[in-house]
Ligand binder design. Structure first.
Ligand SMILES: CC(C)(COP(=O)(O)OP(=O)(O)OC[C@H]1O[C@@H](n2cnc3c(N)ncnc32)[C@H](O)[C@@H]1OP(=O)(O)O)[C@@H](O)C(=O)NCCC(=O)NCCS
Length: 331
C-alpha cells in the first residue's frame, strides 16, 4: 500500500445568525430563569436563525469563510460533507445544495448524521479520502437550525440549544503535522434518550404526530449527562492513545459545547486545567454539529492556536455517538 499523506485543517470559518436570544428572554417564554440556566449549563445566550435562513444558508456563510481562510477555490474541492440533524430537506442532501451554490463543480457531496459528534465524524471521514491520495481538498461543514425542532414550551430542552454553522477545509500538510489519531464511537443501545421521534419512516408525519409534538427534539437530560461525562474523556483518551500522547501533551481541547459541568468533569478526570478547554457555550449554547467548529474558529481568531500546537477536537451526542481527533496544528 502506498504511503499515507499527512492531512490537516487548512482553513476554518464560522457563521452565527445575528439574532441573540438571552436567558432573560427565555424567562418570558417558559418557567425558567437566568440563574438556573447559567449555573446548570454555563449558557447565557444563543443565536436564532432568521425566518428565511435554513441550514444551507448558515452552512454557505461558514463555507465561504473557510474557503477564503484556506485560499481554496470552490472548483478545487473534491468532496463536500455536511454534518447536520436539521437539513434543509429530509432529502436531497444539504451538501448537494451547497455544491451548486458554491460552484464546486467537480465535488461529490453527501450529508452525514452523527448529531453533536457530526463535525468530528466528518473531519475524520474527509481526512481519510485525502490520506489515501484519492482526494486533495475536502470541505466539511457542521450546520444546525435547532430552533426549528425545539419545543418552545419544554423548559428541559429549549434553553439548551442554538443555531450556527462552522466549516473546515481539509488538505495535505507538511510532514509531522496534521491529524495524529482519532476515535469514532457509538453506544446505539441508548438511542432514545435524545431523539426526534417522528418525521422518519418509523413514524411519518401525520396530524397525530404533529399534535403529539413528535417532531420536536426529546431529551432525558440526566441520562445524556451520565453518558457525556464518560464519553468525552473516554473518546479523548482513545484518540490520545492512537496519537501516542497523553493529556499533558495537549495545548488545547476543543470540546462539544453542551454543558460547562460536563467539561469541568473531563478536566478533572485528566487532571488538566479547565483553561486548556476552549469554551464559548455561554454565547451560543449547544449548536450540535456546529459547536466544535464554532469554538475552534473562535480559538484561532483569538490567538489561542499556533503552529505546532496539539489540539484535540471532541464531540459527543445523540446516537449516542462520540468522536475525537488530535491534530498538530500546521498553519
Ligand atoms: C439538562 C440538564 C442541564 C439538567 O440539569 P440537572 O442538574 O440534571 O437538572 P434536572 O434535570 O435534575 O432537573 C432539576 C430540576 O430543574 C428543573 N428544570 C429543568 N429545566 C429547567 C429550566 N430550564 N429552568 C428551571 N428549572 C428547570 C427540573 O424540572 C427539575 O425540577 P424538579 O427537581 O422539581 O423535578 C443536564 O441534565 C444536562 O446538561 N444534561 C445533558 C444535556 C446535553 O448536554 N444534551 C445534549 C448532549 S449533545
Amino acid at each position: 500500500m502506498a504511503e499515507l499523506k499527512t492531512v490537516g485543517i487548512i482553513g476554518v470559518g464560522s457563521y452565527a445568525p445575528e439574532r441573540v436570544m438571552t436567558n432573560f428572554e427565555l424567562e418570558k417564554i417558559v418557567e425558567t430563569n437566568d440563574e438556573w440556566i447559567r449555573t446548570r449549563t454555563g449558557i447565557q445566550e444563543r443565536r436564532i436563525a432568521a425566518e428565511d435562513e435554513a441550514c444551507s444558508d448558515l452552512a454557505y456563510n461558514a463555507a465561504l469563510k473557510a474557503l477564503e481562510n484556506s485560499d481554496t477555490k470552490p472548483e478545487e474541492l473534491d468532496l463536500i460533507i455536511v454534518a447536520t440533524i436539521t437539513p434543509d430537506y429530509p432529502f436531497p442532501a444539504t451538501a448537494a445544495l451547497l455544491q451548486r451554490r458554491l460552484g464546486a463543480t467537480t465535488a461529490g457531496a453527501f450529508d452525514l448524521e452523527a448529531a453533536c459528534s457530526g463535525l468530528v465524524y466528518g473531519i475524520v471521514t474527509g481526512a481519510n479520502f485525502i490520506a489515501t491520495g484519492a482526494y486533495k481538498k475536502v470541505l466539511v461543514i457542521g450546520a444546525e437550525v435547532l430552533s426549528r425542532i425545539l419545543d418552545w414550551e419544554d423548559r428541559n430542552t429549549c434553553v439548551l440549544f442554538g443555531d450556527g454553522a462552522a466549516a473546515v477545509v481539509l488538505g495535505e500538510v507538511e510532514d509531522g503535522y496534521g491529524i495524529k489519531g482519532f476515535h469514532l464511537g457509538a453506544k446505539g443501545d441508548i438511542e432514545k434518550v435524545l431523539y426526534q421521534p417522528a418525521g422518519g419512516s418509523m413514524t411519518p408525519a401525520s396530524f397525530d404526530s404533529v399534535s403529539a409534538k413528535q417532531h420536536f427534539l426529546k431529551m432525558q437530560g440526566p441520562e445524556v449527562f451520565k453518558f457525556a461525562v464518560k464519553a468525552l474523556p473516554d473518546g479523548l483518551e482513545k484518540a490520545l492513545e492512537k496519537s501516542a500522547m497523553d493529556a499533558s501533551d495537549l495545548d488545547l481541547v476543543v470540546p462539544h459545547q453542551a454543558n460547562m459541568r460536563i467539561i469541568q468533569s473531563a478536566a478533572k478526570r485528566f487532571n488538566i486545567s479547565t483553561d486548556k478547554f476552549y469554551l464559548n457555550l455561554h454565547k451560543y449554547g449547544n449548536t450540535s454539529s456546529a459547536s466544535v467548529g464554532l469554538a475552534l474558529a473562535e480559538a484561532i481568531e483569538t490567538g489561542r492556536v499556533k503552529k505546532g500546537d496539539n489540539i484535540a477536537l471532541v464531540g459527543f451526542g445523540a446516537g449516542l455517538t462520540y468522536a475525537s481527533c488530535i491534530i498538530k496544528w500546521a498553519k
